[in-house]
Write a protein that binds this ligand. Structure first.
Ligand SMILES: *Cc1c(COP(=O)(O)O)cnc(C)c1O
Length: 405
């Protein structure tokens, strides 16, 4: 028997999803029909946000969110260096220059002292950021109340990059808050790429509690065009529409939203399964010999992660530096692949990307990010995984440790 490959993540599509897509294909609407707003309403329900604007990708959502946050040519914005490049690129699409801040190597989340220093430094140079894009890495919600305080001091808006954290929550002085609910942020973005919590193949959304921003985002999603009679000047006829500013074609289709709606119904089950798998990994990694070799990424106190990813960090041995840790992580990556287990690294720090270096966007002190990056490895984590699949990965980790490498 061939051992099935175990990827780090994969979609979970069942017969209900297929039936929902087929029904949509047989209906009158392939795009811009009733299923887009139905999906948006379900996203509001799932997150607690007042408005959801579904778009063609998470990256498109970030771009429009930066525009709605007021980022224009010559402005600055801040995000952390451990993220998918899209979080930083979106600031550039809007004409701004991203500055990167460091992360806490134990959690991968924003290092608040670094964020504070970067924001204050920009403000002191007369270039106060318009936006801080805070990243909920791996499914842990970042310390949003603290991020908000730092951003508010210089009048910056806060975007929560919640691409990893749909379904996550955190305790806020006894109140349970959900990722994307907007309690401390102006907007949040989601991605529906197949490895994320729910999929529309490609797709994304912006969440906000601000009705004005929601209207602006809807216009920007479709060329900056409005058909709202109340917002038109003198009209030629009932067909009238106006392009009132330059927008984009970032629309999502009804077919994609039919899949998304069907997927969202399963979000609680998907997230519960991810948490159960994480608990199984945690238990295995908490005892010798694995505990001495690896440390699971820490989830901050009070946060209930939705585990988009399950990251382990390779621990340094006595006297080892990052070079040795990175070499052992590379060996581990190879050893897992030999057993049909396909781990991944999330992420190569943005400050190391050649394009960011070439554009002068790589300056800063990133000791936390470099330490995180040297040892991090994302192990398989997806809702259809069986307990036995976790055990198979754990056995492979144990064999690696036993090999003495
Ligand atoms: C996936 C992802 C995005 C972008 O999403 P796409 O839908 O692929 O454009 C943005 N930020 C983070 C942190 C992501 O993981």
């Amino acid at each position: 028997m061939v051992t099935p490959l175990l990827p780090y993540g994969r979609q979970d599509i069942d017969d209900d999803d297929v039936a929902a897509v087929v029904a949509q294909l047989r209906s009158d609407w392939l795009t811009q029909g009733p299923t887009v707003p139905a999906f948006e309403a379900a996203l509001c329900e799932a997150t607690g946000a007042k408005h959801a604007i579904a778009v063609s990708s998470g990256t498109a959502a970030l771009h429009l969110a930066c525009l709605a946050a007021g980022v224009r040519a010559g402005d600055t914005g801040v995000t952390s260096t451990i993220t998918f490049v899209a979080s930083a690129n979106a600031i550039r699409y809007a004409g701004g220059a991203p500055s990167l801040c460091d992360v806490d190597p134990e959690t991968g989340l924003v290092d608040l002292a670094s964020l504070d220093a970067v924001v204050s430094g920009l403000a002191a140079a007369g270039r106060a950021p318009r936006v801080v894009t805070s990243v909920d890495l791996c499914g842990s919600v970042a310390p949003l109340a603290r991020v908000r305080e730092i951003a508010a001091r210089v009048g910056a808006k806060v975007i929560e990059d919640a691409a990893h954290s749909l379904g996550a929550s955190y305790d806020d002085a006894g109140v349970t808050r959900r990722a994307g609910d907007g309690a401390y942020t102006d907007m949040a973005i989601l991605s529906f790429h197949p490895v994320k919590h729910v999929t529309t193949c490609e797709g994304g959304a912006i969440l906000t509690n601000d009705a004005g921003a929601a209207e602006e985002l809807r216009d920007l999603r479709s060329h900056g065009i409005t058909k709202d009679p109340a917002r038109l000047g003198p009209v030629d006829g009932p067909w009238s529409y106006e392009q009132q500013r330059l927008g984009f074609h970032y629309r999502i289709t009804d077919v994609q939203c039919a899949l998304g709606l069907s997927q969202l119904k399963k979000l609680p089950r998907f997230v519960a399964r991810r948490r159960a798998l994480a608990a199984r990994y945690d238990a295995a990694l908490s005892s010798a010999p694995l505990a001495a070799a690896f440390a699971p990424l820490r989830v901050p106190a009070g946060v209930t992660s939705s585990y988009h990813l399950y990251v382990v960090r390779v621990r340094p041995r006595d006297g080892e530096g990052l070079v040795e840790v990175a070499a052992r992580r590379l060996a581990l990556y190879g050893a897992l692949r030999e057993r049909g287990i396909l781990p991944q690294v999330h992420y190569i720090p943005v400050h190391r990307q050649p394009d960011f270096v070439a554009c002068g966007l790589s300056q800063g002190d990133f000791r936390g990010a470099d330490a995180y990056y040297a040892g991090c490895l994302s192990l398989p984590m997806f809702p259809a995984m069986q307990d036995g699949d976790v055990d198979r990965v754990v056995d492979a980790l144990a064999a690696f440790v036993a090999s003495g490498r």
